[in-house]
Ligand binder design. Structure first.
Ligand SMILES: CC(C)(COP(=O)(O)OP(=O)(O)OC[C@H]1O[C@@H](n2cnc3c(N)ncnc32)[C@H](O)[C@@H]1OP(=O)(O)O)[C@@H](O)C(=O)NCCC(=O)NCCS
Length: 167
């Protein structure tokens, strides 16, 4: 199974919004469910276009036979937090455990180093063992825990706060 990693381009917008609905429905690990993200194709395309030549924000896609099977983003924080970036990742369920998440994260760390990020931050459900394993493999450390980061159907969901120091 050959997948390749590339930067998102505006013409990916429609497929990306469909992909987000799919992965939103596959787990309760993301900030959204099967409804996906509430953006029009035009707005999503503009959002991607604004990142195209940015040193602050990037969206990487994993594609397999021209289909999006994974997505990761890094967004630089503002002002006194500019040395830090927030990281998010998803891979379609049929493609888990095939190294795609590792490829996305590896590429993202390279971008972060090349663009002088000093810290990559992320938050992950405390019971998301696969994701935590992936992050620890790349050197992320748990620095705290939030007892009610998500509330799903009335249930508080605990998250680990993790970061990777690149200095
Ligand atoms: C987390 C996620 C991005 C990982 O992507 P992936 O493509 O499956 O990742 P990889 O195949 O590169 O690596 C998975 C690793 O987890 C390991 N793993 C799998 N199941 C595991 C488990 N139950 N416990 C611990 N480790 C596990 C695999 O062995 C592999 O480790 P290795 O590289 O040392 O062999 C993907 O599962 C996903 O998108 N999940 C749903 C959305 C999500 O949780 N996103 C993260 C939000 S913070």
């Amino acid at each position: 199974m050959g997948s390749r990693i590339e930067k998102a381009i505006p013409s990916d917008a429609a497929m990306l919004l469909e992909y987000l609905k799919q992965v939103g429905g596959e787990t309760d690990n993301l900030t959204f469910g099967p409804e996906g993200m509430p953006f029009s194709v035009e707005a999503e395309a503009e959002f991607i276009a604004n990142m195209e030549n940015s040193n602050d924000d990037i969206m990487l896609l994993a594609k397999c036979d021209e289909k999006i099977v994974g997505c990761a983003s890094l967004n630089r924080l503002p002002r006194r937090m500019r040395h830090r970036g927030d990281f998010a990742i998803s891979v379609a369920k049929d493609y888990w455990n095939k190294g795609i998440g590792s490829q996305l994260l590896d590429n993202m760390i390279t971008f972060a180093r090349e663009n002088d990020f000093e810290v990559i931050d992320l938050q992950v459900r405390s019971d998301n063992k696969r994701a935590i394993h992936l992050y620890e493999k790349y050197g992320f450390k748990k620095i705290g825990e939030h007892p009610a980061f998500f509330k799903i159907s009335g249930e508080n969901i605990s998250f680990d706060i993790m970061c990777l120091i690149l200095l």
